[in-house]
Write a protein that binds this ligand. Sequence first.
Ligand SMILES: [Zn+2]
Length: 148
Amino acid sequence: MKVHLKQIPPQGLHLTGDEECPLQDLASEEIRCAGSLHYDIDVGVGDGGLWANGSLSQPMEMRCVSCLEKFVHEIRVSAFAVHTELPGPETVDLTPFMREDLLLNLPAHPHCDRDGDRVCKAKLIKAEQQDAKRKSDWSALDKLKLNR
Ligand SMILES: [Zn+2]
């Protein structure tokens, strides 16, 4: 997103809205944008630079490393902060900074149950297997008792 410096009043400016997902180029089988970037930031000019801080959120569809199912995870950057020198007289593009912060908050090993709103099938299967194993342990014990 480009910020027009002339539109920033001395006391700063509050910007909130949606932008095209800045991670489009990541698109693959494993990950892709699942909506637009939402930003809620304050920007201002001072000390010969532009500063911006606020929060970002970007829904991404990714594949769970355990069950291989796709799920949507919202990347949240709660402390987006930028201070950059003013490159030119007109505009500053904040997109590269937002992109970098989103990438930093991208889970390296995404699990579909990370947000707690669903149960990972891989874990369910594991739990069932453990359950079955526990039962067979007991039945072995039962047999021991019978043999006595
Ligand atoms: Zn999963």
